[in-house]
Design a protein around this ligand. Sequence first.
Ligand code: GLN
Length: 447
Amino acid sequence: AEEYLQRIEELKHLNAFIEVFNDEVLQKASEIQEKILAGKGGKLAGLIIGIKDLICYRQHGVSAGSRILKDYVSVFSSTVVERLLKEDAIIIGRLNCDEFAMGGSNENSWFGPVKNHADNTKVSGGSSGGSAVAVQAGLCMAALGTDTGGSVRQPASFCGVVGLKPTYGRVSRHGIVAYASSFDQVGPLTHSVEDAALILEVIAGHDDYDSTSSTLPVPAYSKNLNFTGKKRIAYLPETLQSEGLDPEVRALTEATIQKLKDEGHIVEPVSFPYLDYVVPTYYIITMAEASSNLARYDGVHYGYRSPNAVDLESTYKKSRSEGFGAEVKRRVMLGAFVLSAGHYDAFYGKAQRVRRLIREKTEEILNDYDFIILPTSPGPAFGLGEKTDDPVVMYLADIFTVQASLAGIPAISLPLGNNTQDLPLGIQLIGKRFGEPELLAFSNYLI
Ligand code: GLN
């Protein structure tokens, strides 16, 4: 614990942490050490883990990377935190993220951007940028992030770590600051697939506080990581032909496909005709859900209240105008627009129907194949400030992660290479619904 705390201090310029629980960590560490020595340590005893600052931890701040919650203190713990603590993990601090998890570069945080440890002029990815860099730079052993449309997988790929988005409903969302409720899932960012499996095993499972959490039993993922046999894997030719795909990312994807073929797996092209629709569908639905979820920040119930307000209406207007950043405002406005009476059918209703098509087509592919393989992101970590002028360019970079999110199925990003500038590159595997055991075992073999 001391070493991690010291390293966090040394690498402060990365801006990965919003808060470090210094004294508390040392005290907790000695308590857990006692437990371990007495042979009573839990499954995660001694694991030093950071949590994205969107995950509630009783009597600790939770900012969601936003000014509107910057001084807010949680009154209860999320289910995932309860489960980590029960198994004796040590939570080292709160990790920086895009405001309300809206972003793909961690440049939308009220607390400033996170820098990539491989190259400090590059972004960390987002929205769980702090979580990815904290693991990459050795500031903790593992981290929790949240993934709505790629926020665990994409920063994991930019930082050379493993990032898993579980099946929707595998992990409780209770105590997770909501962005888009029909997508949000908590997932681990780790150095190894074993760590991801162990953490998922602890945090997964039904929770009475989240009616969308599944009642399916949680398998012992970490005990079943030895893969043998041959798999059927699909790749989507459209992804490899897509405009804007970095040549080195394409080369790594093709090399991985070739390697799998050489090892005797069946790897075949399967057309996915909806690739052009995944990003617009994802953004219409998530913005709609966000506009509704973020209505609760009104300057009255909790969070920031503008000192300039004079009556109820100006309390709402000014607290929200001053408390939210530009990207959040853009999404709340667009979300309210697509849900409004005159536009609902044309945008929101249609996007819901397209979501179903995307889900059905993806499931159809996964009826024939065990996994889908594709890049995690079209390129490596890009330069800080490089994409901040054009939100649409930033949104389009989510093209490979949102398919699994729209379908609600599990996907993992594996650090399988580096480009010629030594920036990490990630390859993604999408699995069957609740197919985490097979997905993790195969990932462990591939990595
Ligand atoms: N970049 C995507 C977005 O901005 C994904 C974010 C996420 O998964 N939280 O919505």
